[in-house]
Design a protein around this ligand. Structure first.
Ligand code: HEC
Ligand code: HEC
Ligand code: HEC
Ligand code: HEC
Length: 220
C-alpha cells in the first residue's frame, strides 16, 4: 500500500522528466522549406528628396566657380529654343514633351528668373509657380497635400511639417520618373514565395503539407 502510494506520487515527476528529455533530444530545426531572403539595395529605401533645388539667386558650379546665371547672360544675347550645348549647358537634354523650348520657362532678359505667362516672372525658390502655369490640377493637388510628399507631421501648422517643391522630385528638364522595380514582398510561410505573387500563387506551407502543387489559388 505504502509502496503503491509512493509510485503514484512519483509518476508525474517521471512523466515530466521523460518529456523534458524528449524535448531536449528533439531536433531544434524543422525542415520547413524556405527560399533565400531577397537582397534589397539600401539605396532603394532612402527617404531623402531625389533632388536639391536651386535657391534665389540660382548658383551653379561652372569650371569650379560658383556663378549665378546673369554672370554670363548679362554679357551676351542668345535666345535659342533648343540649346545646342556647343558652348554651355551640354548636360541638359530637354525631354518635357511638347514643352520643348528653353524660353518657355527661363526668362530671356534675366536668367536668374523663371518666366510666367503675360510677361510676369518668378524667382527660382518659387519654381512651383512656373509648373502651376501648365499643370494646374497637379499644382492644386500638391497644395492640398495629395500630390508630392508631406513630411515630419500631418498637422497643418506644425513647425516640423515640410513640403517638397516640384523640383525636389522632378527634374524640370526631364520630369518623368524612370520606372521603379517593386521591392520584394515579405517572405512568410503562409503568403508563399515573395516573387511572382500573382503569376503562381503557391504557399510554401501548402507545398510543405504535400498539397497538389498545380492547384491554382485565385484572388477575387
Ligand atoms: C559660364 C557662363 C554661363 C552661365 C553661368 C550660365 N549660362 Fe546659360 N548659356 C551660356 C551660353 C554660352 C549659352 C549659349 C549656349 C550655346 O549656344 O551653346 C547659354 C544658353 C542658355 C540657355 C538657352 C537659351 C539661349 O539663351 O540660347 C538657357 C535657357 C540658359 N543658358 C539658362 C541659364 C540659366 C538658368 C543659368 C543659371 C542657372 C545659366 N544659363 C548660367 C552661358 C552661361
Ligand atoms: C509651358 C508649359 C509647361 C510648364 C511651365 C511645365 N510643364 Fe510639365 N509638361 C508640359 C507638357 C505639355 C507635358 C506633356 C508632355 C507630353 O505628354 O508630351 C508635361 C509633362 C510633365 C510631366 C509628365 C511627364 C511624363 O511623361 O509622365 C511632369 C512630371 C511634368 N510635366 C512636370 C513639370 C514640372 C515639375 C514643372 C515645373 C518645373 C513643369 N512640368 C512645367 C508642359 C509644361
Ligand atoms: C519646364 C520648364 C523648363 C524648361 C523647358 C527648361 N528649364 Fe532649365 N530649369 C528649369 C527650372 C525650374 C530650373 C531650376 C531647377 C532646380 O531648382 O533644381 C532649371 C534649371 C536650369 C539650369 C541650372 C541647373 C543646371 O542643370 O545647370 C540651367 C543651366 C538651365 N535650366 C538651362 C536650360 C536650358 C538650356 C533649357 C533648354 C534646353 C532649359 N533649361 C529648359 C525649368 C526649365
Ligand atoms: C515627393 C515627390 C513629388 C513632388 C514634390 C511632386 N511630384 Fe509630381 N509626381 C511624383 C511622382 C512619384 C509621380 C508619378 C510618376 C510616375 O507615375 O511615373 C508624379 C507625377 C506627376 C505628373 C504626371 C501626371 C500625374 O499626375 O501622374 C505631373 C504632371 C507632376 N507630377 C507634376 C508635379 C508638379 C507640378 C509638382 C509641384 C506642384 C509636383 N509634381 C510635385 C512625385 C512628386
Amino acid at each position: 500500500m505504502r509502496h503503491a502510494q509512493t509510485f503514484t506520487e512519483w509518476l508525474p515527476a517521471l512523466v515530466f522528466t521523460v518529456c523534458a528529455v524528449a524535448l531536449f533530444l528533439a531536433p531544434t530545426h524543422s525542415n520547413v522549406p524556405t527560399t533565400p531572403t531577397p537582397e534589397v539595395n539600401p539605396e532603394d529605401l532612402q527617404t531623402t528628396a531625389a533632388r536639391e533645388p536651386l535657391g534665389n539667386p540660382p548658383i551653379t558650379k561652372i569650371n569650379g566657380f560658383d556663378r549665378d546665371c546673369q554672370d554670363c547672360h548679362s554679357l551676351f544675347k542668345s535666345k535659342q529654343a533648343h540649346n545646342d550645348g556647343k558652348l554651355q549647358h551640354d548636360h541638359i537634354k530637354l525631354q518635357h514633351g511638347l514643352n520643348s523650348d528653353c524660353l518657355n520657362c527661363h526668362l530671356e532678359k534675366d536668367r536668374n528668373k523663371l518666366r510666367l505667362h503675360s510677361n510676369k516672372s518668378v524667382t527660382f525658390d518659387k519654381s512651383e509657380m512656373l509648373c502651376a502655369q501648365c499643370h494646374g490640377t497637379t499644382f492644386r493637388d500638391w497644395k492640398n497635400g495629395s500630390h508630392g510628399r508631406v513630411q515630419g507631421s500631418w498637422i497643418e501648422h506644425s513647425e516640423e511639417r515640410t513640403r517638397l517643391t516640384c523640383v525636389a522630385c522632378h527634374d524640370p528638364h526631364k520630369p518623368a520618373f524612370p520606372g521603379i522595380a517593386p521591392l520584394p514582398g515579405p517572405q512568410t510561410l503562409r503568403m508563399g514565395k515573395p516573387n511572382g505573387y500573382h503569376a503562381h500563387y503557391k504557399s510554401s506551407l501548402m507545398e510543405w503539407l504535400n498539397q497538389d502543387e498545380n492547384e491554382e489559388h485565385t484572388h477575387e
